[in-house]
Design a protein around this ligand. Structure first.
Ligand code: GLY
Length: 393
C-alpha cells in the first residue's frame, strides 16, 4: 500500500468536521438563500450570484447535506436548511423552465445535488419536475454519430465535437430519470456515453484526457486534448479525479466488471502522482518543490469516488480503498479545511478552478481559492465516512 504512514481520519474527527461544515452552511444562509455562491471564492470569500453558472447546484447540495446532518443531530437549524433548500429548488425549476444558461452538459452537476437530493430526502415534487426537465435537456446534446453527449458549445460547432471526462458525473441524472419515468431513453443514452467515454479518455498508462474529439462524419475517435490541464498529454488533477468517481459510478450503473479494474488503475495513477501530503497540485505533472497551486477539490472528489466504489467491492479490497479515502480526508481536514469563519465563508481552501498555462486553452480564474464543488465533495466525503449514505448521484 502507498502512503502507509499517513494517518486516517477518526470517527470523532469526521463528526466534528461535518458539524463545522453544517454550521458554516447555516451561517451562510442569510446571504445565500435567494442567491447562490459564486463558483470560486475571492480572497477566500464567496460572493453571491444569480442561478446562472454550471456550479450553483453544489451550494444547494451543501444545504441538503447539512440538512441531513442537522436532522440526525436533532438540531433546530434543520428546519431552516429545509426551507432554504426548497427556495433554491424553486429557482432551479424556474431556470430549466426558462432555459437560462442550460445549453451545455452540466445538467447533472446542477440538478443532482439540488433537485434530485430534495426529492430523495423530502419528496419535493418541484425538485422531481425540475430534474426530469433537466434530463430532457441533457439528452438533446447526444450525438448518435460517435455515441456521446457533447459537453460545450453549439451542437453544430466542429471545434466542439467532443466529450469531456467530467461528464461521467452528469449521467446519474439520466439513470434516475429512467427509474422515475419508466422511459428508458435516458438510461440508453447514458450507457452509450459511458462506454464511449471510458474507451477513449483513459490512456494506456491510466492517466486521462480531459477532452476527446470525434470525427463528425463517421463518429470515429479522433484525438484527445486538454483544456484545463497543464498541457496535452499531462494529467489534469481534477480530470483524473472525475475519472475515479466516474469509473465507480459507471460500475454502479452498468455492472461491467472491467470498470472496477479501471477504477483501481486510474486511482493508482492518481495516488502515485500525489505529493507527500496527498493533496494534488492542479496538474499531476507537478509535485513537491514545484511552485504551483494545489487543487484540494480533486482530493475530495477522489475520496468520494473511492467511497462509492467500495460499496461494490470484496471486504479486503474495500478496506484498502476506504483507508486511502480516510487518509485523503484527514489531510484535507488537517491542512486545507477552513476552521475559522473569519478567514473564509467556504469550507476548503487551496483549490484551483482554471489555471492558464502556455499550453492549455482555459482562462485564468479561481486559482488557490475555495470552490463550490471542492466544498460540496468534502462534505459528501465526510458524510459517506460518517454513515451509510444514500447517494444523491
Ligand atoms: N467540470 C469543470 C471543472 O471541473 O472545472
Amino acid at each position: 500500500m502507498l502512503f502507509e504512514t499517513m494517518p486516517v481520519i477518526t470517527g470523532a474527527e469526521t463528526d466534528a468536521a461535518l458539524r463545522f461544515c453544517a454550521e458554516q452552511v447555516v451561517r451562510n444562509l442569510p446571504e445565500f438563500t435567494y442567491q447562490f455562491q459564486k463558483a470560486y471564492s475571492e480572497h477566500s470569500f464567496y460572493q453571491p450570484i444569480e442561478n446562472t453558472d454550471w456550479t450553483t447546484g453544489f451550494w444547494t447540495g451543501e444545504i441538503w447535506l447539512s440538512y441531513e446532518y442537522m436532522t440526525a443531530a436533532g438540531d433546530p437549524s434543520a428546519a431552516l436548511l429545509k426551507k432554504a433548500g426548497e427556495i433554491q429548488v424553486e429557482s432551479f425549476l424556474d431556470r430549466i423552465v426558462r432555459k437560462i444558461e442550460v445549453d451545455h452538459h452540466d445538467m447533472g452537476f446542477l440538478y443532482t445535488p439540488s433537485c434530485v437530493a430534495a426529492y430523495k430526502l423530502t419528496g419535493n415534487q418541484k425538485g422531481r419536475e425540475a430534474a426530469i426537465k433537466a434530463a430532457d435537456q441533457l439528452i438533446t446534446r447526444y450525438h448518435p454519430v460517435g455515441e456521446f453527449i457533447q459537453a460545450w458549445g453549439a451542437m453544430d460547432a466542429p471545434e466542439n465535437y467532443r466529450l469531456i471526462i467530467d461528464c461521467l458525473l452528469n449521467l446519474p441524472l439520466l439513470y434516475w430519470a429512467s427509474d422515475e419515468t419508466g422511459d428508458l431513453r435516458y438510461r440508453d443514452i447514458a450507457e452509450k456515453h459511458i462506454h464511449t467515454a471510458i474507451r477513449n479518455v483513459i490512456r494506456e498508462d491510466y492517466s486521462t484526457w480531459h477532452t476527446f474529439f470525434f470525427d463528425r462524419k463517421t463518429g470515429a475517435p479522433d484525438h484527445g486534448a486538454t483544456c484545463q490541464g497543464y498541457r496535452d498529454g499531462s494529467a489534469w488533477a481534477r480530470g483524473q479525479a472525475w475519472g475515479i468517481y466516474g469509473c465507480a459510478l459507471a460500475y454502479r450503473y452498468t455492472k461491467q466488471p472491467e470498470y472496477i479494474d479501471l477504477f483501481c488503475h486510474v486511482s493508482e495513477y492518481f495516488l502515485r502522482h500525489l505529493p507527500a501530503d496527498m493533496i494534488p497540485y492542479w496538474d499531476l505533472t507537478f509535485t513537491d518543490g514545484d511552485d504551483q497551486p494545489r487543487d484540494s477539490s480533486s482530493a475530495s472528489i477522489a475520496a468520494c469516488g473511492m467511497l462509492e466504489m467500495i460499496r461494490f467491492m470484496e471486504p479486503d479490497d474495500a478496506a484498502v480503498w476506504r483507508t486511502y479515502a480516510m487518509q485523503l480526508v484527514k489531510s484535507l481536514l488537517d491542512h486545507y479545511a477552513v476552521t475559522d469563519p473569519a478567514v473564509s465563508n467556504g469550507l476548503v481552501l487551496h483549490s484551483t478552478y482554471s489555471n492558464h498555462s502556455p499550453y492549455n486553452t482555459c482562462n485564468h480564474y479561481g486559482v488557490d481559492e475555495c470552490n463550490s464543488w471542492g466544498d460540496y465533495f468534502y462534505m459528501e466525503a465526510l458524510t459517506r465516512l460518517q454513515k451509510d449514505w444514500n447517494p444523491y448521484w
